[in-house]
Design a protein around this ligand. Sequence first.
Ligand SMILES: CC(C)(COP(=O)(O)OP(=O)(O)OC[C@H]1O[C@@H](n2cnc3c(N)ncnc32)[C@H](O)[C@@H]1OP(=O)(O)O)[C@@H](O)C(=O)NCCC(=O)NCCS
Length: 181
Amino acid sequence: MPELVRPDLRFMASFVEALKEGHNRDTLRPETPESIAAVDTDHAGFIASLFVTPDSITLPDGSQGKAVPQTLLWWVEGDRFLGSLGIRHSLNETLAVVGGHVGYAVRPSEREKGHATALLAAGLDHIRHNLPLKRVLLTVNVLNPASIRVIEKNGGVHTDSVPHLWHPGETALHYWIDIPA
Ligand SMILES: CC(C)(COP(=O)(O)OP(=O)(O)OC[C@H]1O[C@@H](n2cnc3c(N)ncnc32)[C@H](O)[C@@H]1OP(=O)(O)O)[C@@H](O)C(=O)NCCC(=O)NCCS
């Protein structure tokens, strides 16, 4: 059974394989052969970097955005990396428009097997037990029907549609999910 765990060295070989098959660490920018090589050169340094909140992050338009504390979890089975989930502990001006509290991705070779639906459910459970959030915002591009389905299957309620910050002409849908007490 897959489970949500803290990133760890024992998943790194599989994580690098996932990057090579097209998995992206986030939606801000795609991986390149150079970015993957940098991760592969220093597994321990990479894992350590995942537990540090940077002061700022470079946004897709090149501007600097303020980073908020985040919990990053990996969806794994045995030593195999299947996907990732990021939980932002609070929203800032940017995340309130695009990004929201929760983001996730499943590696390409593992898609359409129900992983994202299960990993989001497990992530909501993690929030319930570990964070003071009573409801969470998820934003999704209107052109991403698989993710819309995943969110709706996890109880997401559509509240808003706003212009996407990084993709001119595209729309970000806002969904909120209540975290039961
Ligand atoms: C979106 C993503 C997370 C979905 O992962 P997944 O593991 O394939 O999702 P699941 O298998 O749990 O469920 C996908 C659901 O979408 C449906 N779906 C898949 N492709 C679809 C499409 N093109 N149109 C409509 N529905 C689609 C599936 O049928 C399934 O619904 P069902 O259970 O009712 O049959 C994955 O494609 C991904 O990582 N994409 C890149 C990163 C990303 O977009 N993250 C989300 C940002 S908001």
